[in-house]
Design a protein around this ligand. Sequence first.
Ligand code: 8YV
Length: 331
Amino acid sequence: MSKPQVLVARAVFPEAVARLSEHFEVETNDSDELWPKAELIRRLQGKVGVFTTGSERIDAELLDACPQLRICANMAVGFNNFDVDAMTARGVLGTNAPDVLTETTADFGFALLMATARRITESELFLRAGQWTKWSFDMFAGAEVHGSTLGILGMGRIGQGIARRGAHGFGMKVVYHNRSRLSPELEADCKARYVAKDELLRTADHLVLVLPYTPANHHSIGADELAQMKPTATLVNIARGGIVDDAALAQALKERRIAAAGLDVFEGEPRVHPDLLSVPNVVLTPHIASATIATRRAMADLAVDNLIAFLTTGQPRTPVNPQVLGRMRGQ
Ligand code: 8YV
């Protein structure tokens, strides 16, 4: 009997493909091209599963054009590339890759906060440009990190990891805002105090965004929110592009209405708003918060586990729409 077919939509660790090949006939994308939708649909013909990253949009049009597809396994904790309602309506399962990247991503969030507050990029560019000719008392003087107030918008697992680093490692006062409040035990563990969003914006010395992208969260930080922040504050976005209004942020940075920003994600990435490229007080990284080899391997492994487990036993490890289990497409 021939094996079921799956597609791996982007280049990934060969070991991940090898594991899939034990169970499935696997088509890969060795050139790591970003396939346009029509090409992705063409490649998905006859496939029951697809290994996706955050870059492939799975929507009603694609699902209707790929009637054999039963599972989309994302190598990412975020799954805003999935139209979950369209998937659920058609009995197609989505899975994501939570937990395995939590601490690595929190490390990076903290690194970006430090780099932003202490003006690492700006000062390195100055040095590399041969502009360092003497010491001066306020050269690249930045914002204090230890003992300052850390604000966190979105207090899921990664937000909690950043809170712990700030509170326990740097003696920071932690305030947070989230759709729902943490349990008293988790608040105590993170030494975090729940506040309204306005208070968070007004009091944070360093504000870190870690909320998932949903249409309701679009431009959660725009001109009005930036206006409420302290002029000395820094803003860090490791969540998703679109949560911040990048044009409004570039303007605020240019006018020094906030001190600095650290951005790992962008609206319309990999394009970056041109004004962000020309302001000095911003640290820019290309969506690498989860990028350590060990973590990326764990994320790929979890996506592979989900494909194998679902397609062989019907029991995925980390479903995002478990309501489709039991009434699945093609059964
Ligand atoms: C991924 C991420 O690297 O997991 C997420 O949600 O943003 C990153 O860790 C990216 O989405 C590509 O898969």
